[in-house]
Design a protein around this ligand. Structure first.
Ligand code: ADP
Ligand code: ADP
Length: 228
């Protein structure tokens, strides 16, 4: 599903954030990406949805070759790769319904299908009753659930989450984790960068540890492996 071969990333300021990444992630896997701050986790993840381009090496996601892909084709990739962020990134002037529908309108033109799917994903995250609310009227955990609903609205094969529980309290973080588990159980590949050692150590999945732009550990049912 996701394949990186000898991937390097050098930012314009001279920092090398990926220093020879090679990894293969199969369809349906749940993978944690751990490591110290500044290790290159975000860069690694951003290259999977072409938010950053590799300087060298090859990256394939499904049928997409992210190195030869034209910028104008990136929206096609994004239908297959949903993304969730630490700070939710909901559009503040749009309601919950509009935030999710907006993500679908780029892909799906039929308003009936959009409406059905928006309510379906809201049901999945348990927030159907908040459909008319604005993001500022929701708690952090609720905003993240909406962001997840938006990310899966187009039924992507891969869901990428960059520290999705980073701004949430422990209980709320567990709620978010349970939703990601459910999505993974339905067959979606999940790649999640996290500092949440509790979750990683309790809900066992493959762990990729990144340090200095390299994968220094690749462990099935791994531990978090750092203090904290
Ligand atoms: P992590 O997610 O593990 O904290 P990042 O991938 O964000 O690591 O960062 C890896 C390194 O790349 C750091 O030294 C960081 O300062 C640098 N970096 C990240 N993004 C950029 C950027 N857009 N421009 C320049 N340097 C960057
Ligand atoms: P939690 O502690 O469970 O993360 P909050 O205490 O922030 O959540 O919110 C509890 C409930 O109050 C939530 O259902 C949320 O939608 C609602 N709520 C929070 N802030 C506002 C607000 N500014 N306006 C309307 N409803 C709000």
């Amino acid at each position: 599903m996701i394949e990186m071969l000898n991937v390097y990333k050098k930012y314009p300021n001279g920092i090398t954030a990926a220093n020879g990444l090679t990894v293969r992630i199969e369809q349906g896997e749940f993978v944690y990406v751990v490591g110290p701050s500044g290790a290159g986790k975000s860069t690694f993840i951003k290259m999977m949805y072409r938010e950053e381009k590799a300087s060298k090496g090859s990256i394939k996601v499904g049928d997409f070759d992210l190195v030869t892909m034209k910028d104008r084709d990136v929206p096609f990739l994004r239908r297959h790769v949903g993304v969730v962020f630490q700070d939710f990134k909901l559009l503040p002037r749009l309601t919950v319904y509009e935030n999710i529908a907006y993500a679908m309108e780029v892909v799906e033109k039929n308003p009936k299908i959009i409406k059905k799917r928006v309510l379906e994903v809201l049901d999945l995250v348990g927030l159907k009753h908040k459909v008319r609310m604005f993001p500022t009227e929701l708690s952090g955990g609720e905003q993240q659930r909406i962001a997840i609903a938006r990310a899966i609205a187009n039924m992507p094969r891969v869901l990428i989450a960059d520290e999705p529980t980073g701004n949430l309290d422990p209980d709320t973080s567990w709620e978010i984790m349970n939703i990601l588990e459910e999505i993974n159980n339905q067959g979606t590949t999940v790649v999640m960068a996290t500092h949440n050692s509790q979750i990683v150590n309790v809900v066992k999945h493959r762990v990729l540890a990144v340090e200095n732009g390299r994968i220094v550990r690749d462990q099935l049912e791994g531990d978090y492996g750092y203090e904290g």
